[in-house]
Write a protein that binds this ligand. Structure first.
Ligand code: G6P
Length: 599
C-alpha cells in the first residue's frame, strides 16, 4: 500500500527520502515521487514504475541542497499508475504539495466544486482535491494550522497526509485519520513515515499521532495539535526495529530470510506470551469465539476454529474480515472477538473489529506491529514477536500468529480448569521451534519437488481438519508468489465436483499431519492419483504411506497440535523455491500490497 516519508533537518532531504522509500518498497507500489522545498521554492519529481525510475529522474541526490521534503510510493486505487497520478500532488497556485495514503471518499463532490471555481485538475486521483483546498484555505487564513483544520473538516474517508507549504519552507505538516503515521525526532532532524521500517536506525523513539492529530515538524522538533487545533502531547515509544532487521544482508530475498527467522519468532512469541496475563478478558467465562482477519491471518482463524471446537468444545465463528464487516454476526454476550493481523492496519480487519466492539464484545488483538491501529483499539493484546516482516507474502508472522493462537488455547484451557490440555499445548509449543528448524533443513529435498511444481499451471492442495487450514495457507503462498493457480480443498470434498479438473500430471499436495485423519485423507489422494494426478504427501514422523501413493516429504515428529504449522512452513518453502525456479520476485509479487489499508 502507499508509503510516505518526510524529512526536515540539517542534512540533505533527497538522499534520506529515497532511502526511506526503498525501505517502504516492500509494501507494494506502482509509481513514486518526491517534493523538495527550499529558498528557490517547491518542486516535485515523479515517475511511473519502480523506484529506480524515480532515482534516474533525481540523478545524484547528493547534489540537491534542499533540507526539507516529502516522498511517496503509490499503489494505484483512483486513477491508473501513471506519472501524472503519482504523488506528490501540487496546488493550482504551486504553493502546496501533498502526499497521501488512504482514500478521500467525497473527492468527486469536492472536485466538482473546485472545477466550478475554475481550478483545473492534472490527475485522476482522489488526492488532488487536497492541495487545491489547502491553497485556498491558506490564502484565506495565512496560517497552516488553520488551513489544515478547515480542509480536514471537509474530508471524508481515510488519510495520512504530509504537506509542504512554499511559504513555510522549513516545515512539514501532517495529519492523519484512520491511516497510519509515525513521527520522530532524529539526531539530524525530524522524520515522518507511514511505516516503521523507514525510521529504523534513524531515531530511537517514535510518536504515533492519534486520530485527527495534526503535526508540525521543524528541523529542531515537532508539535502536535488535536482535531480542534489545541496543542497536545502523545507518548513516545522506542523504535521497535533495528536497521539490520529491515535490511536483506547476506540473503538474496526477504522471504527466505524471514522463513529462516520463523523459528526464532515463534520461540520469542511463545516465551513472552505464556508469561503474560489477560485478566480483563475473563477467559474462564468465554463461551464462544469469533476470529477475524484477512489473507493468511484469516487462515490462522480457520485453524483456531478447528482447535477451539475440538479441544474445548467452544463454538467459533470465522470468516474473512471483509465479509464479517457486512454480515449480521449472531454472537452471545459471552463471546470473545479475536482480531489477527500482521500489520495491525488492514482496513477490513479494523472495520470488522470495530463492529465486534460495537456489539459489546471484548476484543483481543494478535498483532505484529507495535503501535499499529489494532494495538490501540484492542482491549487486550497477544503481540506476536516475529520482528519486522518485509516480504509481501507472510511467513514468520503467520507462524508467530499460530503460536499466539496456541498460547490462547492454553490460557483458555487453564482458565476453564482443563489443566491437562493446557499442559499438552505448552509441551507442544516448547519443542516447536526445534521442529521448525528441522523442517527448514529439508530445503534441498523441497527444492527437488519445487522444480517439478514449477512447470504446472494449476495445483490442488488437500487436507482435513487443521491440515485443511494449513493447506489453505500453502496454496495461497503458491498463488501469491509463483502465479500458479492453486486451490485448497477439504480432502473429502474433492470428489464432489473439483475432481473433474484433475488430469494426467496434475500436481496435488496433501498435508497429513493428523494421525486420526490420515487414512481418510489418503483415500482422497488415491482418488486423484488413479485419475493421473501427481501427489506429494507431507507426513509427520512415522506415518506410513505406500510409495505407490505418491512422493513423500517426511516432516519431523510433532504433536498434532503443532504439526500443521510444520506442514505450512514446508509449503511456504515449496512456494518460494517454485517461485525462484520460475524466475518471479517473491518479495514483491505483482498486484499485491503488504498491508491493504483501503477497502
Ligand atoms: C494482504 C497481504 C496478505 C496478508 C493480508 C492481511 O492482503 O498481501 O499477505 O495476509 O493482507 O494482512 P495483515 O497485515 O492484516 O495480517
Amino acid at each position: 500500500m502507499c508509503g510516505i516519508v518526510g524529512y526536515t533537518g540539517r542534512g540533505q532531504a533527497a538522499p534520506r527520502l529515497l532511502a526511506g522509500l526503498s525501505r517502504l518498497a516492500y509494501r507494494g507500489y506502482d509509481s513514486a515521487g518526491l517534493a523538495l522545498c527550499g529558498e528557490e521554492g517547491l518542486f516535485t519529481l515523479r515517475a511511473e514504475g519502480k523506484l529506480e525510475a524515480l532515482c534516474n529522474r533525481v540523478g545524484d541526490p547528493n547534489t540537491l541542497p534542499q533540507s526539507v521534503g516529502i516522498a511517496h510510493t503509490r499503489w494505484a486505487t483512483h486513477g491508473a499508475p501513471t506519472e501524472q497520478n503519482a504523488h506528490p500532488h501540487t496546488a493550482f497556485a504551486g504553493d502546496v504539495a501533498v502526499v497521501h495514503n488512504g482514500i478521500i471518499e467525497n473527492h468527486r463532490a469536492l472536485r466538482a466544486e473546485l472545477e466550478c471555481r475554475g481550478i483545473c485538475f492534472s490527475s485522476d486521483t482522489d488526492t488532488e482535491v487536497v492541495p487545491h483546498l489547502l491553497s485556498l484555505a491558506l490564502a484565506a487564513h495565512r496560517d497552516p494550522l488553520a488551513a489544515i483544520l478547515e480542509v480536514t473538516r471537509r474530508l471524508e474517508g481515510a488519510y495520512a497526509l504530509a504537506i509542504l507549504f512554499r511559504a513555510y519552507p522549513h516545515q512539514i505538516w501532517a495529519v492523519r485519520r484512520q491511516s497510519p503515521l509515525a513521527v520522530a525526532v532524529g539526531e539530524d532532524g525530524c522524520y515522518l513515515a507511514s511505516d516503521m521500517p523507514a525510521l529504523a536506525g534513524l531515531c530511537s523513539s517514535v510518536m504515533f499521532p492519534a486520530e485527527g492529530d495534526i503535526v508540525c515538524l521543524t528541523p529542531t522538533g515537532l508539535s502536535l495539535f488535536d482535531r480542534e487545533g489545541a496543542p497536545v502531547t502523545r507518548p513516545s515509544l522506542p523504535v521497535p526495529a533495528t536497521a539490520q532487521e529491515v535490511e536483506k544482508g547476506e540473503w538474496s530475498t526477504f522471504m527466505e530470510k524471514e522463513l529462516c527467522e520463523a523459528p526464532l519468532g515463534v520461540a520469542r512469541t511463545t516465551d513472552a506470551l505464556l508469561r503474560k496475563d489477560l485478566p480483563s478478558l475473563r477467559l474462564g467465562a468465554v463461551r464462544e469465539l469469533c476470529f477475524l482477519g484477512c489473507g493468511s491471518a484469516w487462515h490462522v482463524g480457520v485453524l483456531g476454529k478447528y482447535l477451539f471446537e475440538e479441544h474445548l468444545g467452544l463454538p467459533v465463528q470465522v470468516e474473512p474480515a471483509s465479509e464479517m464487516r457486512y454480515r449480521r454476526v449472531p454472537l452471545s454476550a459471552h463471546a470473545l472477538g479475536v482480531a489477527i493481523s500482521q500489520s495491525g492496519e488492514t482496513a477490513d480487519t479494523l472495520a470488522a473489529a470495530r463492529k465486534l466492539k460495537e456489539l459489546g464484545l471484548p476484543l483481543l488483538g494478535i498483532v505484529n506491529v507495535d503501535g499499529s491501529a489494532l494495538t490501540r483499539e484492542s482491549d487486550a493484546l497477544l503481540p506476536t514477536l516475529a520482528g519486522p516482516e518485509l516480504a509481501v507474502a507472510t511467513t514468520k508472522a503467520y507462524c508467530a500468529q499460530v503460536a499466539a493462537l496456541l498460547v490462547l488455547l492454553a490460557k483458555t484451557a487453564q482458565a476453564k480448569g482443563e489443566e491437562a490440555l493446557a499442559k499438552e499445548v505448552r509441551a507442544a509449543l516448547s519443542t516447536l521451534p526445534r521442529e521448525m528448524e528441522e523442517t527448514l533443513a529439508l530445503a534441498p529435498e523441497i527444492q527437488a519437488h519445487a522444480t517439478e511444481l514449477a512447470a504446472a499451471t494449476h495445483a490442488f492442495y488437500l487436507g482435513r481438519g487443521t491440515d485443511y487450514a494449513a493447506v489453505m495457507e500453502g496454496a495461497l503462498k503458491l498463488k501469491e508468489i509463483s502465479y500458479i493457480h492453486a486451490q485448497a480443498y477439504p480432502a473429502g470434498e474433492l470428489k464432489h465436483g473439483t475432481i473433474s479438473l484433475v488430469e494426467e500430471g496434475t500436481p496435488v499436495v496433501a498435508c497429513l499431519t493428523q494421525p486420526r485423519l490420515t487414512g481418510k485423507t489418503l483415500s482422497g489422494v488415491e482418488e486423484v492419483r488413479s485419475r493421473g494426478a501427481r501427489p506429494l504427501l507431507l507426513v509427520t514422523g512415522e506415518t506410513e504411506v505406500s510409495p505407490q501413493t505418491g512422493k513423500v516429504l517426511r516432516l519431523p515428529s510433532s504433536s498434532p497440535l503443532t504439526a500443521p504449522l510444520l506442514g505450512a512452513l514446508a509449503m511456504a518453502r515449496l512456494a518460494l523455491d517454485t517461485c525462484l525456479t520460475r524466475g518471479t520476485d517473491p518479495d514483491r509479487p505483482r498486484n499485491l500490497a503488504k498491508s491493504v489499508t483501503v477497502e
